[in-house]
Every structure is written in C-alpha cells, then in structure tokens.
Design a protein around this ligand. Structure first.
Ligand code: BTN
Length: 235
C-alpha cells in the first residue's frame, strides 16, 4: 500500500479532508478517497451525488508549473481519464469544457480544483475527481462506466491506471502538448455552444479552441471572446 493513500468509508467531502492534509504538509499525489460522500461538491454551487459504487477522490498535487498554468492540471486529468477508460474498457468518453468527461449517453466524470498559492507559485493544488463507475444514477444526463462498458468495474484498477497515465503525462509532456491531448479527445471544439460565463455573461457562437491558459475561445462572426469559467448548454 502506498503511504500517501488515505481511504475512508465515508466523508462529507474528500476536498475538505484533502485540504486539512495539504495544510499540514504531504507528498505529491497524496490521495484521499471515500466509498461515499455525504456532502459531495460539484463546481459552483452544485452538489455531487456520491452514493456507493462510484469513485470519489482528491489528489493533492505539488505543481511544478506556475500559477498561470494551473488549468493544465484539470484538462490534463480529463484527457488522461479519457485515455484510461478507452484503454481499459473501450469506452469512448470525451472532454467537455471546462472539466467534464462525457459520452453521448451522459456525463461520466467531473473535476473540481482548489489551490493555495504563494505569489506565482502554487503550494498545493487539490484535484477532486468524481467518476460514475458502478453507482446507480440519479439523473438522465448522467451515465456510468458500468452502463457504457456493460460490466462492473474494478475501481482500484481504474484509479491506479488513471494515476499512472496522468503522472506519465505530467512528467513527459509540456503545457502545449497537454492542451493538444485534451483537444484531441474533446467534444466541445467545433461545436455551436451557448455558454453562461461568470465573466462574460451569456455567450453564443462556435467553440474554436483553448487559449494557453485553458480558456475557451468562442467565435461569433468575426468576433472572438474567451471564457475562463462557465457552463456549456447544448444548442
Ligand atoms: C463537477 O463536475 O461539477 C465536479 C465534480 C467533482 C466531484 C468530486 S467527487 C471527489 C471530490 N470531492 C468532492 O466533494 N467533489 C469532488
């Protein structure tokens, strides 16, 4: 067993527990995982349904990249997860901006990040990842790896392969090539999008790419706007 692997039967949220551990100090890729969460958090004000059977964890990462590149960790994780589920189960699930993994049948996984900085250096970055694996689903816009593959999934094997894939990516690739990997495995670019962004309000147009820092570039006519946060709505 890895020393930096912290498994719990239940937690309110792995984010809260990971934050405590990060503040005390810990090694890169310390993992906090819970069988179920009582107050699983999604992005913004959303909650994350965290009943038994899913995979709910937070990685505490000690980033090498400076603050301006923090987004690379989120899109890198989604790209690495997309590859992992394809390699292991033949499931074709793609990255949806900003931090979801989706199949045509629905959302498979989401990533939530939290970090602490000192100046331009990130002290720690916590990536919270929720994956619908063998769990029952609460809504129509979600699907699970079990549904998509037709069999139940070994969550330990999934977590190990995902970590291996992601760490290999971080050690070998550059921010630019990680962005390219996300772009190769995404379902957003090229699509007509309707996006509500905290910064820009309502944006409609065609998604044309990501900026260096991970913002989505949306084009309408000749005008390009970038959105750093937001949610994409279909048509
Ligand atoms: C989203 O799609 O809105 C992000 C969902 C993130 C859910 C995970 S589950 C593990 C970690 N702990 C939480 O409370 N949330 C994240």
């Amino acid at each position: 067993e890895k020393q930096n692997y912290n498994a719990f039967k239940e937690l309110d949220s792995t984010m809260t527990e990971a934050r405590k551990i990060a503040l005390k100090g810990c090694s890169d890729f310390t993992t906090v995982v819970a069988e179920k969460q009582n107050k699983g958090r999604g992005r913004g004000t959303k909650s994350w349904d965290s009943r038994e059977g899913g995979l709910y964890f937070t990685w505490i990462i000690k980033p090498e990249l400076p603050l301006a590149y923090h987004y690379i960790y989120t899109i890198g994780a989604v790209a690495a997860l997309s590859r992992t589920v394809n390699d292991l189960y033949g499931v074709d699930a793609r990255a949806k901006w900003p931090n979801d993994l989706v199949a045509p049948e629905g959302k498979v996984a989401g990533v939530l990040s939290e970090m602490e900085c000192s100046g331009e250096k990130i002290s720690w970055l916590n990536l919270g990842i929720g994956i619908n694996v063998n769990n029952k689903l609460d809504s129509e816009d979600r699907t699970s790896l079990k549904e998509l593959s037709g069999h139940s999934i070994d969550r330990k094997e999934l977590l190990n392969s995902f970590e291996e894939q992601f760490r290999r990516m971080l050690s070998r690739e550059t921010p630019g090539s990680i962005r390219a990997m996300w772009e190769n495995r995404n379902s957003t670019i090229g699509q007509a999008v309707r996006l509500r962004s905290e910064q820009e309000g309502l944006l409609t147009g065609r998604a044309v790419g990501l900026t260096k820092s991970g913002s989505l570039i949306v084009r309408k006519g000749k005008i390009e706007t970038t959105a750093l946060f937001g949610d994409i709505y279909e048509k």
